[in-house]
Write a protein that binds this ligand. Structure first.
Ligand SMILES: [Fe+2]
Ligand SMILES: [Fe+2]
Length: 290
């Protein structure tokens, strides 16, 4: 049985408090790499850091003329450290904050990446496929640097540009941009396991620490619903083939009906994504399946 949980305090006051913890039979407890000291001091990702050396492992592939061409097996670690990725995700989240949207920055990216990888690992998919899901999960909202509207398509193209520049295998790029380009309803389709994992992971990150609006009197329904979720926990059971999002919500902040009002289409997409993985998708609120 695999579990992923987010349990956090608002990033504005405790920037490192919402470290995601993943527990799997294979890895035990794992937390993502800690932020730099500059990030910790600033309470947010530092986008001014210089790029770090590229650490990918070289591989070789024959091109159409039969010549060997050097390619690189990129991992999430290299992607997270790429300066373009750092800047675009941080600036994209600034746009989301400016228009009153919930957090779409490095916190969200890291959580989606970790949960997407965990879903596929738990269900027995290969290590490389799970790594591609982690990379796609990290990049899925990078298009917000252009505009919220169209961020799916923009994000796929930005990802394509960065990954091509880093000389990733075209087949792997295709998997990732397809997942980024299909992560939102109503047009998103879980075209493959990587896309399915990203969809479920993205919709699992509902939590009060995502609320960026500092004026509770101005909360919209998204703020209220996210603000009401004190704990979210994605349970993946490879034996029963059930994926269940377990939420603990404060019904004094948002009602269950409000939750459904904005999540009904997301749940429909998650059900399709789970089916792509051979699973059923369930949501429980305060201990009751809904
Ligand atoms: Fe998105
Ligand atoms: Fe997202």
């Amino acid at each position: 049985m695999s579990t992923a949980t987010t349990e956090a305090k608002p990033a504005a006051t405790e920037p490192n408090a919402d470290r995601l913890t993943i527990e799997t039979p294979q890895t035990g407890l794992v937390t993502p790499p800690a932020p730099s000291a500059a990030e910790a001091r600033a309470g947010k990702e530092d986008t001014s850091l210089p790029p770090v050396p590229f650490l990918g492992l070289p591989t070789f592939q024959q091109d159409s003329n039969g010549a060997k061409e050097e390619r690189t097996a990129l991992t999430l670690r290299e992607i997270r450290r790429d300066n373009r990725v750092r800047v675009y995700i941080a600036k994209g989240n600034e746009q989301m904050q400016a228009i009153g949207y919930t957090e779409h920055g490095h916190r969200h990216a890291g959580i989606v990446a970790t949960i997407a990888r965990s879903i596929l690992t738990s269900l027995g998919h290969g290590e490389r496929t799970a790594e591609l899901a982690a990379i796609a999960g990290y990049l899925h909202d990078i298009g917000c640097v252009v505009n919220r509207r169209g961020h799916v398509e923009a994000g796929a193209l930005i990802s394509f540009s960065i990954l091509s520049d880093l000389r990733m295998e075209p087949l792997e790029i295709a998997e990732i941009v397809g997942a980024v380009g299909n992560h939102e309803e109503p047009d998103g389709v879980p075209i493959n396991p990587v896309a399915a994992a990203v969809i479920i992971a993205d919709k699992s990150d509902v939590h009060y620490s995502r609320v960026q609006n500092t004026s509770p009197q101005d909360y919209d329904i998204h703020d209220r619903v996210n603000g009401s979720v004190k704990k979210s926990f994605l349970r993946v059971d490879p034996e029963t083939k059930r994926i269940r999002l377990e939420l603990e919500i404060d019904i004094g902040i948002a009602s269950v009906m409000e939750y459904f009002e904005i999540f009904i289409t997301r749940m429909a997409l998650c059900r399709k994504a789970a089916a792509k993985l051979g699973c059923t998708y369930l949501v429980s609120i305060n201990g009751h399946d809904v």
